[in-house]
Design a protein around this ligand. Structure first.
Ligand code: 13P
Length: 294
């Protein structure tokens, strides 16, 4: 008997193109485990919101590998009967090999992050990923400049992107562009200068492609809204869900709930954290304007 795997994932191209046209941003939410993925998919479905599920190389390794993540996500779409658009995206793919591995495993979208390379090498490797992605109808995100802070061991100095490089790399045919615009992964420091809207505006004009705001956790709402007006069509969020999950779990434990009525059962222990992820998704997608856009 042949096995039949369903594949309900879509690539991110139409989602971000629609968002750019209608001036909102699609939420890219990073996952860390089954509970995370299930909570996000349920929140997206119940609010009729398109979603990009992001998985970094580190998180993929933690969860058991590319195939585990792709098949887990696809199986959840089928078993939970999720019918809003969902893309599964490799976040900050560090090599051509990891992008190809993600595509082979069934990811519907990949980021090749060549920001640590010289521009020529970044272009050449982005192009290599693009050629392979095209064969599988997978969308491709590239990066110029770099995002500050640390994401899963990947450290960036926060170099502002260059409009000329933005044009050259988008001309390769990529679908989404990430650029350093003063954004930082993780929590923003007290003395953060804010987003460089001038840089964003110039790059967005030169590239004329949906752009990504990495480090989407903790940016004040007015800055998020202005960034969307200037061309941001995808916003990446990781830390904010992690903080919400940890806070809710800590509260459950500190209130002694873990010690009563079998509160140690992971299905109970992880429940407040899962709810906190859903609440975070609801709040942020409202800000991003993508809520209900499925
Ligand atoms: P934050 O962890 O700062 O939300 O950044 C997430 C991100 O940009 C993933 O690519």
């Amino acid at each position: 008997m042949s096995k039949k795997y369903s594949n309900r994932l879509v690539n991110a191209t139409e989602m971000v193109n629609n968002a750019k046209k209608k001036k909102y941003a699609v939420g890219h939410f990073n996952i860390n485990n089954l509970e995370w993925t299930k909570a996000l998919l349920e929140a997206a479905q119940s609010s009729k919101t398109p979603i990009i599920i992001g998985a970094s190389e580190g998180a993929i390794k933690y969860m058991g590998g590319y195939k585990v993540v792709a098949q887990m996500t696809n199986a959840l779409l089928e078993e939970l009967d999720i019918n809003v658009p969902v893309a599964l995206h490799l976040d900050h793919g560090q090599s051509v090999e990891s992008a190809k591995k993600a595509i082979d495993a069934g990811f519907s979208s990949v980021m090749f992050d060549g920001s640590h390379l010289g521009f020529e090498e970044n272009m050449q490797k982005t192009n290599e990923v693009l050629e392979y992605a095209k064969l599988h109808e997978v969308s491709v995100e590239a990066e110029i400049g770099s995002i500050g802070g640390e994401e899963d061991g990947v450290i960036g100095d926060g170099e502002l992107g260059d409009p000329e490089e933005a044009k050259q790399i988008t001309d390769l045919g990529i679908n989404i562009l990430a650029a350093g615009i003063g954004n930082i992964h993780g929590q923003y420091p007290e003395n953060w200068k804010g987003l460089s809207f001038d840089t964003l505006e110039k790059i967005s004009k030169a590239a004329n492609k949906p752009m990504v705001l990495h480090g989407g956790s903790g940016i004040p709402q007015e800055q998020v809204k202005k960034a969307i007006k200037l061309g941001i069509s995808k916003i990446n969020v990781n830390t904010e869900c992690q903080l919400a999950f940890a806070e809710a779990t800590k509260k459950y434990v500190q209130e002694g709930k873990v010690d009563i009525n079998k509160g140690f059962d992971p299905r109970k222990l992880l429940q407040p954290g899962a709810q906190a992820i859903k609440d975070t998704f609801d709040e942020l997608t409202n800000w991003f304007g993508c809520k209900g856009k499925a």
